[in-house]
Design a protein around this ligand. Structure first.
Ligand code: NAP
Length: 278
């Protein structure tokens, strides 16, 4: 199989490049092919002639998206349309990475893959619109929604908490937002498996189990053997530019249909902490 990865230099992209064995890989960063440029995307796809394209590239700074909506929609919605059209032209399958932020977070049970989208932020809207447009361009597309991504390949929540915890006696963390932390290594392995199983439609891909950011932070500090106190605070107390869903737990049902099982986030966190130390 020939595989082309857009966003190969990102948190997930690095793990896809590291763990994808036995197939021919081409990894592209924004300097190789800016996905906003339809011609460059088409040239890159024609040159690599893939069976599968994994589109992990995105403008992922959720708060900055609020003040740069044009850039957010250009990268996160129009970029995927360019990639979708190029995939169609060469007959490649497309795996698009999307987000739990396509939901409003008002549901109190886990979101199923066919639940209605109702994004609250610019980032969420740009991802939701990309999903809708991609189904029009390429009905067989696979959309993998993930959440709360962490890993050693870039900036992430556990890294921020550990850096803060190293220099402070206590950290304040939001306790009224719930989601599924997801380790980039486990996500990469699941994405590889889904491609090999010819997945299509919307699939929710996260580590098993859910928690609040506060509970996640407490586990991070404990796992690292630090004595730093973690204090729960409300979303209101920690105002951020982009609204976040209060409850964006994603149901694993759509993933189980492909026979893919994910480790718990607690197990994933232990492996992340070990990897970070080495
Ligand atoms: N991080 C999360 O918590 C989270 C949660 C849910 C969903 N997701 C989704 O999961 C996917 C992977 O996220 P991630 O955290 O791995 O992202 P990331 O670390 O921020 O990496 C983003 C990647 O996109 C590339 N990129 C950015 N702008 C581009 C452009 N205009 N043209 C081409 N490439 C561009 C970057 O390339 P350069 O480095 O070369 O600029 C980089 O490789 C994304 O689609 C994201 O929306 C992430």
């Amino acid at each position: 199989m020939r595989v082309t990865i857009f966003g190969a230099s990102g948190l997930l992209g690095k793990e896809l490049m590291r763990h994808w064995h036995g197939d021919e890989l081409v990894g592209l960063g924004s300097k190789d092919a800016d996905i906003r440029d339809a011609n460059r995307v088409r040239d890159a796809v024609e040159k690599s002639c893939p069976d599968w394209i994994v589109l992990s590239a995105a403008y992922t700074n959720v708060d900055d998206c609020e003040s740069h909506p044009d850039l957010a929609f250009a990268v996160n919605r129009d970029g995927p349309i360019n990639v979708g059209k190029a995939a169609k032209q060469v007959g490649a399958k497309l795996m698009f990475l999307s987000s739990d932020y396509v939901f409003d977070g008002k549901k109190t049970s886990p979101y199923e893959s066919d639940d209605e989208r109702n994004p609250q932020s610019v980032y969420g809207r740009s991802k939701a619109e990309a999903e809708v447009r991609l189904f029009e361009v390429l009905p067989e597309v696979c959309i993998a929604r993930t959440s709360w991504l962490f890993g050693t390949g870039g900036k992430c929540f556990p890294d921020t908490i550990l850096k803060l915890a190293a220099s402070r006696p206590a950290v304040d963390v939001v306790s009224d937002q719930r989601g599924d932390p997801t380790y980039s290594v486990d996500l990469a392995k699941a994405i590889i498996e889904l491609c090999r199983k010819n997945a299509s439609g919307i699939v929710h891909v996260t580590n098993a189990g859910d928690c609040s950011w506060f509970e996640f932070a407490r586990e991070i500090v404990k796992g690292a053997g630090l004595a730093t106190e973690v204090h729960p605070v409300s979303t209101q107390q920690m105002a951020r530019p982009a609204p976040r869903p209060a409850h964006s737990v994603l149901s694993p049902k759509s993933l189980r249909q492909y026979g893919v099982a994910m480790p718990t986030w607690q197990d994933a966190l232990q492996r992340y902490l070990l990897e970070r130390k080495n």
